[in-house]
Each structure stands twice: as C-alpha cells, then as structure tokens.
Design a binder for this molecule. Structure first.
Ligand SMILES: Nc1nc2c(ncn2[C@@H]2O[C@H](COP(=O)(O)OP(=O)(O)OP(=O)(O)O)[C@@H](O)[C@H]2O)c(=O)[nH]1
Length: 442
C-alpha cells in the first residue's frame, strides 16, 4: 500500500516538475520572441520615419537655396523622384507655399491635392498652424488624404525665408505601407496570429481602434507597445506553447533519469536493510538461549556491558535447580528440558521488569537486580525460592516438584559485576553444601 502511494506521489511530482519546466521555458521563449519582434518593428518604423523626415528636410533646403522664382515643377519632380528612390517607404512628397498644395510627387493619382489649402481645413489646420508657429517638424496622422482618401501619416517641415513663413514641405507615408512593413517583420518571426490597436483620430482615444488583426484572435495573449511615428500602438501576438508530445517526451526522460538513479539506490537500501536484519537475527540468536528464550551467558554479558549509566550498584544471584541430574535420569532429557522451561517462565513471572534473568548454562540461571540492596535481593530470592518449591510441574508422564539453591552477592559498581558473580558462585556452593533449598550471601 505504502509502495503504491509512493509511486503515485512520484508520478504527481514528475508531472508537476514537467509542467513547471515547460511553463518556465515557454515564458522565456515568449518573452524573448515578443521583445525581439517589438525591437525589429521599432527599428523598421524608425527607418520609415527617418526617410519621411529626410525627404521633407531636403525639400525645405531645396526651397531655401532656390528662392521663390526658381522652383519649377520639373526640378521638384526630379528631386522628389530621387528622394523616393532612396526612401522607398515614403509614398508621396508635397510642397505647400503658404499652406496651399502647389507641387506633388508622384503627380499622377495625387493631382486632386493641388490647390488644397491646409490652413483652411480644420483637421489639418492644427498641424499646419503648429508648423507656422514652431518652426519645427510636425507629424500628423493617421488621417485620410484629400487626394485619394487613403489614411496616412504626414511629416511636415516648416520653411522660412528672409520674409518669414514661406510654407511647408510634406512627406506622406500611407498606413498601408506601415502595415505591410509590420506584416513582413512579423512573418519573418513566424508569427501568424496578431493584432494592432492604435488611437482613434476622431476621438483621440488610445488603442480604441483595431488597426489590423490577423489569424486566430482567441490565441492572442501577449501585449507590448510599438512606436509608430509619434504615436504608440498596442501590439499583441499569440503565445507559443510547448507541444504535448514534447511534454510527454520530457516527462518520460525525467522518469527514465529518475529510475536510472533511484532503482539502484532502492535496491541498495533494501539489500542494506536485509543484511542489517540478518545481522540482528544472528546477534539475537547468539545472545539467546534456544530452550527458554532467555539471554544466554553471552547475552547476559552483552546486557551488562550496555547497562544504563544510572545503574551504579545492585545484586546478582545464581539460581541452581537441586538434583536436576536425577530428573533427567528418572524421566528423561525431554522432561528435564520442560522443567527448565517451566522454571524459567515461573521466575520471569515473579521478578521485577527492571531485573535481568539469564540462563548461564545447564540448570543454572543468573538474576541481575540493578539498584537493589543485598537485604532486599535476599527477600526477593527467598520469596522466589518458596514459589518454586511450591510449584508442581505437570508433564505428560510425571508431576515434578523442585527446589533451588541460590548464591547472592552485592556489587558497588557495574565493573565489579563479574567479581560479584564469583562471590555468588561461592555462596551457591555453600548453599549446596549446607543442604540445598536455601539462599546464601557471598
Ligand atoms: N534436560 C537437560 N539437562 C541438562 C541440560 N543442560 C545440562 N543438563 C543436565 O543437568 C545436570 C546437572 O547435574 P549436576 O551438575 O550434577 O547437578 P545436580 O544434579 O543438579 O545436583 P546439584 O546441583 O548438586 O544439586 C546434568 O545431568 C546435565 O546433563 C539441558 O539443557 N537439558
């Protein structure tokens, strides 16, 4: 069950890690793509704007060096042709002495503009008046041109001579030119779904008007801003999301990587656990008496070497069943074994939990009584001796009563337990000598 929960949690963790990696990578890819395309768009727009600026500037200089009487349509067209060749994204060029369109290039298709007085048009007057007063570059748009109704940006340059305001030169960039430039930059970056929102020239509200929208608008999520002449347009593109098969591949790779490192570790841990368990079993076997389940002599020694440091003194007793050989001889070895087991169980039942009972060999047992004075230990042993002598061990073939002799000694330090055992052994010998079924102190 625990194993299943672990595997389940491992899978959940791997799915989460996969999602986090994919999310982070997608975010980096999307942020990079958006900032790269916006940088390219800004560069492209700057190029168009500079072309328009240079064209109107050159025209201004031409007017200034020519003087009023020397401006001819041929000369204007010659210069304009050269300018549009160098700045191909500028769509037309106009010259407006006193604010009236008098020269336009290309002439064909734009002739309707000739004679148009921008100072009398409320929409254009604002920009023109600014040009008159500020002696500066004025950008207007996007607005619909009188000559062909196309929405466009106008870059105007004020021209002054010795008499003051002469007029303005104007470079025209159609909105469609800007949009087709945007389209080529965007497609170069492999973006298929995007839209652009700009301000509405009628209400002057920012981003109110969707200027262009391509592809699946539902997918569009990432927003940024592009500088188009003197305005800012909102530019939005769709997000790129890692394909499902890439996610699955990543998940499987992580799983494989994990298994590659985890499985050998699990196997090693299991092996280590197994060998530790075996070691414990062997240790336990080595320290345990197979017949009674008590500690054997080695187990007893191990226990005293690991006694709590609070045990500074106590008593030890050696129990020996009287005339045990006779039981073996009379009833057989198996009956003798059963008597040993019964004796051990009875002792265990009647001693304190803090005491340690072991079988040291044959029919001999050791009882360690930590922090027990010799007088108290004697009382305990006497009590136990009486219990044993009153007990009848009922076996298949016989009912056997036994007595035991006890040798007792006291130790003042745990390192003296072995000395105390020698004394207890001598006391036991005395108990046997004095007639058995008694407790003697060494
Ligand atoms: N059934 C059985 N007998 C054992 C075991 N270990 C030792 N013995 C026997 O225990 C007997 C001990 O006899 P002795 O040392 O002569 O002592 P005793 O007969 O108890 O007499 P005293 O100790 O002098 O009262 C021997 O016959 C051993 O063979 C055992 O695991 N099982």
């Amino acid at each position: 069950m625990l194993k299943k929960v672990f595997v389940f949690l491992l899978f959940i963790a791997l799915i989460l890690i996969t999602e986090i990696i994919v999310f982070s990578v997608d975010k980096i890819r999307n942020d990079n793509r958006l900032s790269l395309v916006v940088a390219d768009l800004n560069k492209a727009m700057e190029l168009i704007f500079n072309g328009a600026l240079i064209s109107s500037e050159v025209l201004k200089e031409y007017v200034k060096v020519s003087g009023d009487n020397n401006i001819t349509r041929e000369k204007f067209e010659q210069i304009s042709q050269e300018l549009l060749k160098s700045h191909s994204q500028v769509d037309s060029i106009l010259l407006l002495p006193n604010g009236v369109v008098s020269y336009v290039y290309p002439h064909t298709g734009n002739e309707n503009a000739i004679g148009y007085n921008v100072l009398s048009d409320e929409n254009r007057k604002r920009g023109s008046m600014e040009a008159i007063s500020k002696d500066d570059v004025i950008i207007i748009g996007p607005l619909k041109l009188v000559e062909n109704n196309k929405p466009a940006f106008l870059v105007r340059r004020t021209i002054r001579n010795s008499n003051g305001f002469w007029g303005v030169s104007t470079s025209v960039v159609y909105l469609e030119t800007i949009l087709s430039t945007i389209e080529s930059v965007v497609s170069k970056h492999g973006i298929e779904d995007y839209y652009i929102a700009g301000y509405n020239p009628d209400t002057q509200e920012d981003y109110e008007k969707i200027i262009i929208s391509k592809g699946d608008v539902e997918k569009i999520e990432l927003l940024s801003v592009v500088n188009i002449f003197n305005t800012k347009w909102q530019f939005s593109i769709s997000k790129i999301n890692t394909e499902s098969y890439v996610k699955i591949f990543l998940f499987l790779s992580l799983l494989g990587f994990l298994l590659l490192f985890l499985l050998p570790s699990i196997r090693y841990c299991k092996k280590y656990e197994g060998s530790e368990r075996e070691k414990r079993i062997l240790e336990n076997d080595a320290y345990t008496d197979y017949l009674t389940g008590l500690s054997n002599r080695r187990g007893f020694e191990h226990r005293i070497s690991h006694l709590d440091t609070s045990v500074t003194n106590g008593s030890v007793a050696i129990f020996d069943i009287d005339f045990f050989k006779k039981i073996n001889d009379t009833h057989g070895h198996d009956v003798g074994d059963s008597v040993l087991v019964g004796f051990a169980n009875l002792c265990k039942m009647h001693i304190s939990d803090s005491f340690v009972l072991s079988r040291s060999g044959g029919e001999e047992f050791i009882l360690l009584m930590p922090l027990t004075k010799i007088e108290d230990a004697k009382v305990q042993c006497e009590r136990l001796k009486i219990i044993i002598s009153k007990e009848k061990f009922t076996l298949d073939t016989a009912v056997i009563g036994i007595t035991m002799s006890v040798g007792l000694a006291f130790f003042t330090h745990t390192k003296d337990i072995k000395v105390a055992l020698t004394l207890a052994d001598k006391a036991l010998y005395r108990a046997k000598q004095e007639g058995r079924d008694r407790v003697c102190i060494g």
